[in-house]
Design a protein around this ligand. Sequence first.
Ligand code: ADP
Ligand code: ASP
Ligand code: MG
Length: 426
Amino acid sequence: MSLIVQKYGGSSVSDAESIKRVAKRIVETRKAGNEVVVAVSAMGDTTDELLDLAHEVTPVPDPRELDMLLTTGERISMALLAMAIKSMGVEARSYTGSQAGMITDARHGSARIVDVTPVRLREALDDGAIVIVAGFQGFNRDSRDITTLGRGGSDTTAVALAAALGADVCEIYTDVDGVFTADPRVVPRAHKIDSITSEEMLELAAAGAKVLYIRAVEYARRHGVVLHVRSSFNNNEGTWVTADRVPSIPEGTAMEEPIITGVAGDLNEAKITVVGVPDVPGKAADIFAIVARTGANIDMIVQNVSAAATGLTDISFTLPKGEGEMVLTALRVDQPDVGFVALQYDDQIGKLAVVGAGMRTSAGVSAQLFRCLSDAGINIEMISTSEIRISVVTRADTLHEAMRVVHTAFGLDSDDAAIVHGGTGR
Ligand code: ADP
Ligand code: ASP
Ligand code: MG
């Protein structure tokens, strides 16, 4: 008997009809002779709506209470899904994150899983029941409080359950047919990728492809969990995310893998520029020590050559918009000690990344990327590279156009428009 973990995202359980449809799928999987554990997200845009509501009550909601609030979204869908399955005459039991043994650290809003003790789930499976677990949430043993795993965290719940229970596969059900070469809502000519390495998937997720949450990909890679991302709206084969690329081309065929696997975009970042930093050893260390103390997630860093006349340089970096104010405040406090001239904040940026393992062995990818952006009249403000990724910062309002022209320039366009089955893209 196989053990299958299935995760259904909010777009797959947005109303009563969808819950019944998903319940049917789950029952079919059980009846085919598998043990089934399901991680479920909150219905539709519930999490966003709860967040909006909290911010209507107070501009800065208390983190503990915010987690209490947000975890209710997943409790609603888990109970409804279990009811729907039971009404079909099949045994099902729902569990909150803490009941399921999802033990996390104490960081509200972005807790990390430290242990999974799925004792009750194993018992339920042994009783022949289908297990439904509320995604995105856990429990901290020291504070004895409920935590959430960060936006998109139900993916991590599913992967952690698959690892702890030794599942044969972890299926991530969503509103598109798999991982595409770009977000199909932005690039209609994007095409589905049959198989992708976890290394490339990590880079795409880090660059804003929210079809999979980065921490879930990391967790899957560390624990050897095989992921299958697919649509809950049809039975098509989706995208396999595995340690190594599964060859899609028969051996001996003289065809090369594409240099670029995908394009991703992110509108949730902002840029801080520290203007007029004395160009002497230790200043960058001082600045980023201050930033590090805030716990902010820094991405790109660029330092300009100092103007010879002044001996001053500018340092720019990007970070999530939500962390901008916190970092600016921390830098302002220490401005007299570090001795920089001013701070600039820009939240109208877009970040575009092209990702592909093929970059390791081909020259000229950067040149081709910069050329096609310039041909489209799109200005590049920052550049950074890793072994298999090139990222650039553009104006926010040019990002989507940039993604389309880059997708075309690297020969990724498909003949048919991609289908998005549901969801609002929020
Ligand atoms: P779910 O509700 O299932 O968690 P999400 O909204 O989190 O769904 O993720 C699915 C969405 O991710 C798709 O509808 C699509 O708009 C977006 N997306 C972004 N990049 C990609 C990509 N490269 N491939 C597929 N989908 C992507
Ligand atoms: N409901 C949570 C969110 O919207 C978790 C998830 O869906 O993965 O971020
Ligand atoms: Mg998601």
